[in-house]
Design a protein around this ligand. Structure first.
Ligand code: ZN
Length: 243
């Protein structure tokens, strides 16, 4: 079976409350949340999973104190690539901090869940500032509905709950199946501390449109992955390649 490597590209860290990631746990604690784009290496196509955001947008748009690590262009240049070289962007979901650079990939198809796209253009008021239609204009969307094989060893797994059409990305590697969770979380969502573990095997993502679905998706992805990649975990900041 074909295998790949995942190259985390950290563009910015933004200050949020941990409760945004950990439902009913560690509220009131500040956290510098990393916003990554992920390059899948080893395909004949140039594939990104999400495109992160810049620090400027995080601060201007949401008022989050943010620390720039590098620009999208600088991150791709580190791999010898330009935004125009990207053939495919897989969107785990369409919250602004996951798609802010997608429009720069002018030659890319943008793979997204159909329900997610419709929701992004007419979001429920409850999701407030999570979606920005201006970031989605003129993208070359390819809509999917459910499980989808992108290429041998790269699969989309529905993981709804964080948003209506959140999807995880499973990637075959030499060390087993790596899964980019899609929903916004950290390692602690999958490995709760002792005092909670007796009650619940995972902590539900703190941001969700369907709490129970978000719980089920988290539990399911934990069971499927050999290598878990929670999309806002700080542990990938200095990692150049997974595995
Ligand atoms: Zn996020």
């Amino acid at each position: 079976m074909k295998t790949y490597r995942i190259r985390p590209l950290l563009l910015t860290k933004m200050e949020i409350d941990l409760g945004i990631l950990l439902y009913r746990y560690r509220y009131g604690e500040k956290f510098m949340s990393p916003a990554y784009s992920w390059y899948i290496e080893g395909s004949d196509q140039h594939i990104l999973v999400d495109t992160s955001t810049d620090a400027e947008l995080a601060t201007e748009y949401r008022g989050f104190p943010a620390e720039k690590v590098m620009s999208f262009e600088e991150a791709l240049a580190g791999l010898g690539l330009k935004p125009d070289d990207i053939d495919l962007v897989i969107q785990t979901h369409l919250h602004w901090d996951h798609c802010a650079n997608t429009a720069k990939c002018t030659n890319a198809k943008v793979l997204v869940n159909e329900t997610e796209l419709h929701f992004a253009f007419s979001p429920h008021p409850l999701t407030g500032l999570s979606y920005r239609k201006d970031l989605l204009k003129d993208l070359n969307f390819v809509l999917i509905d459910g499980y989808h094989e992108v290429a041998p060893g790269i699969e989309i797994i529905p993981a709804p709950g964080h948003s209506p059409g959140t999807q995880a990305v499973a990637i075959n590697t030499d060390k087993g199946k790596a899964i980019i969770t899609g929903f916004c979380c950290v390692k602690e969502n999958f490995y709760p501390p002792e005092e909670l573990k007796k009650l619940m095997p995972i902590i539900t993502p703190g941001t969700h449109t369907d709490t129970l679905a978000a719980y089920e998706s988290t539990l399911r992805i934990k069971g499927l992955a050999d290598i878990l990649i929670p999309v806002h975990d700080p542990s990938f900041a200095d990692v150049t390649s997974i595995p």
